[in-house]
Design a protein around this ligand. Structure first.
Ligand code: GDP
Ligand code: K
Ligand code: MG
Length: 293
């Protein structure tokens, strides 16, 4: 049998369910998922392997207008989604009608790459709504094949995946077949901690935070991890730590649980908070954190 392999990019507005779908494909919790917009800052690759295929997926940030350097760097990823993919997954959610970026939309309708339009969250709609929406999107994006799906409940996910395989070119694998993601363990650790911070603090805090894992030491029965939480101001440091360290402790307990499940080993997680002014607008810092790779 011939082997197929290729690159699939998932694009769409924030919170339509891109990360949820990617995780449903990959079958592991690799990408940070919350109900807040713009949580996916990196271009994350997930790899799904079969005997005769390899699908390399990237979960790009939502479509947002650059407001400062960090966001510009994120938009670079979205732009490249049009250039290096074999299949484009354009995800919208049920009820979504306004396209926030016209230039971006024109790129989709003029795409030379096959486009699958995924109408997500249909678990929230009835049959009549669904039919109307399918019709609307079929007119808006005539070059796309439309799949109504529920990424959360897994409805039609398998069908989309099979269609992707159909569309992939014949090619040997790009990555070793036992590799789930091209990102190192540290990346997953950082994302896990950041997810807990998103869940437990008011929104000004998470967006001022960056996490760097300084140490990852795997021993026979335990993995020792040391991560630094970087904030922009002294006051934010106080909020992150909380009264007698209680807030930070909660983040640590929850992150450790997830990491133990992911690595299948006992985890010792040490975290500390450091003030690092303006990490957002400093290009060198951004490069260090991997935004410009
Ligand atoms: P992204 O920003 O496009 O990556 O969106 P996420 O994957 O982070 O999902 C944003 C929110 O939508 C989360 O609360 C998800 O649980 C939710 N969500 C994703 N897919 C579905 C779906 O099929 N149905 C419903 N009801 N919610 C979904
Ligand atoms: K999100
Ligand atoms: Mg996401």
């Amino acid at each position: 049998m011939n082997h197929k392999a290729g690159f699939v990019n998932i694009i769409g507005n924030p919170n339509v369910g891109k990360s949820t779908l990617m995780n449903a494909f990959v079958g592991e919790k690799l990408s940070i998922i919350t109900s807040k917009a713009q949580t996916t800052r990196h271009r994350i690759l997930g790899i799904v392997n079969g005997d005769d295929f390899q699908v390399v997926l990237s979960d790009t940030p939502g479509i947002i207008k650059p407001a400062y350097e960090l966001q510009e760097s994120m938009m670079g990823f979205v732009k490249s989604a049009f250039e290096d993919a074999d299949v484009l997954l354009y995800m919208v959610e049920i009820g979504e009608q306004e396209l926030k970026d016209e230039a971006f939309f024109n790129k989709i309708t003029n795409s030379k790459i096959p486009v699958l339009l995924l109408l997500n969250k249909i678990d929230k709609s009835n049959q009549e709504q669904l039919e109307t929406q399918v019709q609307i999107w079929a007119e808006k994006v005539p070059n796309a094949e439309i799949f109504p799906i529920s990424a959360l409940e897994g409805f039609n996910v398998k069908e989309v995946f099979n269609r992707i395989i159909d569309l992939l070119p014949e090619s040997p694998a790009f990555y070793p077949k036992d590799q789930l993601t091209d990102k190192p363990e540290r990346f997953f650790i950082n994302e896990t901690i950041r997810e807990k911070i998103l869940l437990h603090y008011k929104k000004e805090i998470p967006y001022a935070v960056e996490i760097e894992t300084e140490e990852f030491l795997e021993e026979e029965k335990i993995i020792r991890i040391r991560s630094v939480i970087m904030v922009e101001r002294e006051t934010q440091k106080g909020i992150i730590i909380g009264h007698k360290g209680s807030a930070l402790k909660r983040v640590g307990v929850e992150a450790r649980k997830d990491l133990e499940a992911f690595f299948g080993k006992q985890i010792h997680l040490e975290m500390y908070v450091k003030v690092n002014k303006n990490w957002r607008s400093n290009q060198n810092q951004l490069r260090r954190f991997g935004y410009n790779n």
